[in-house]
Design a protein around this ligand. Structure first.
Ligand code: FES
Length: 81
């Protein structure tokens, strides 16, 4: 799926860039800017940022154990609201 039409970045490109960054440094903080740089591209209009970040979050949280997901909301996965 195309995520950034300006730079021609797909969700698979984002996944590959994050995998590569995590392999190089598992403690690296992954940002949209770092993903663009890893892919050798740069954003233009910024209209994709919400979708871009959502794709990054989905990819990054896929690596987390289930108990560590949703910690930002102050509860563990599977607990009610
Ligand atoms: S669509 Fe991504 S910068 Fe324009």
């Amino acid at each position: 799926m195309i995520v950034c039409s300006c730079a021609g970045i797909t969700s698979a490109d984002i996944r590959a860039a994050i995998t590569w960054m995590r392999a190089a440094d598992p403690t690296a903080i992954v940002t949209p800017g770092k993903v663009y740089r890893a892919l050798g591209r740069s954003p233009e209009c910024g209209g994709c940022m919400r979708l871009f970040v959502n794709n990054m979050r989905a990819e990054l949280s896929a690596d987390l154990p289930p108990d560590l997901r949703d910690m930002r909301r102050g509860r563990k996965s599977g607990e009610g609201p």
